[in-house]
Design a protein around this ligand. Structure first.
Ligand code: AP5
Length: 218
């Protein structure tokens, strides 16, 4: 399966994509994570991307598309992938379709996780991420067993630089202006499956898994 996850920041894309990838043995590719890894290594791509990420804006299409194209060309994507955070513009959607066509593949489906803006602010303000393995936690909704420590790998939990109120508002604005048009685009292409992202994490997880099962066993 070649799945793309669409949704505003904090919708739960990362949480559910990771579970889907494990359950259905696919690779989890996160565009934001590719940028953060570049930033950690202080590459030119990472340093340029940072200025956009800090403002809650999208990194320019050409840079993002080249980075994703390089990642999808690697052999570990052959078993299938869950693309988390890409595409986010109509130009990126068209680029993705070209990239996959060149690799003799196509998108199986786009899962759109919908959540209202007010809920997003609460989720992101309380989010903590493992510095080591990137597992997401929430101070209220998904606390770690031991405060500040990752349950999975024992790494330290930290708050992402763009999870502050002003940048969260900017990211939501960017989503509505530039990414939301993809909902209609993929609906028209017959690829969109909408998942209600509100409710307890376990409930949304089951909705997402059920959607993936419908794709695998139509
Ligand atoms: P990216 O890293 O992709 O961030 P994002 O899209 O803003 O998404 P998030 O990671 O913030 O949220 P999520 O939906 O994964 O939610 P999560 O599962 O963590 O992108 C960062 C930046 O990189 C962008 O702003 C942009 O600048 C750049 N970028 C990336 N891709 C790009 C592209 N294609 N083009 C251009 N630029 C690009 O959950 C959030 C929190 O809520 C967690 O704490 C979680 O525990 C909690 N939670 C999850 N589900 C529930 C639930 N049901 N109930 C209660 N809490 C929940």
């Amino acid at each position: 399966m070649h799945i793309a996850l669409l949704g505003p920041c904090g919708a739960g894309k990362g949480s559910h994509a990771a579970k889907l990838a494990t359950r259905f043995e696919m690779l989890h590719v996160v565009s934001g994570e590719l940028f953060r890894a570049n930033l950690e290594k202080r590459t030119a791509v990472g340093l340029l991307a940072r200025s956009y990420m800090d403002r809650g804006e999208l990194v320019p299409d050409d840079l993002t598309e080249a980075m994703v194209e390089e990642r999808l060309a690697r052999p570990d994507t052959q078993a299938g992938f869950v693309l988390d955070g890409f595409p986010r513009t109509l130009a990126q959607a068209e680029a993705l379709s070209d990239i996959l066509a060149q690799q003799h593949r196509q998108l199986t489906s786009v899962l759109y996780i919908s959540v209202v803006d007010q809920e997003i602010v609460t989720r992101l303000a309380g989010r903590r991420i493992c510095r080591n393995c990137q597992a997401p936690y929430h101070l209220t909704f998904k606390p770690p067993a031991q405060a500040g420590i990752c349950d999975v790998c024992g790494g330290a939990l930290e708050q992402r630089a763009d999870d502050n109120p002003a940048t969260i508002r900017a990211r939501l604005k960017t989503f509505h202006a530039q990414t939301a048009p993809l909902i209609q685009y993929y609906k028209a292409a017959g690829l969109l499956l909408e998942i209600d992202g509100q409710g307890e994490v376990a409930v949304v997880k089951e909705r997402t898994a059920a959607a993936a099962r419908r794709l695998l066993y139509p």
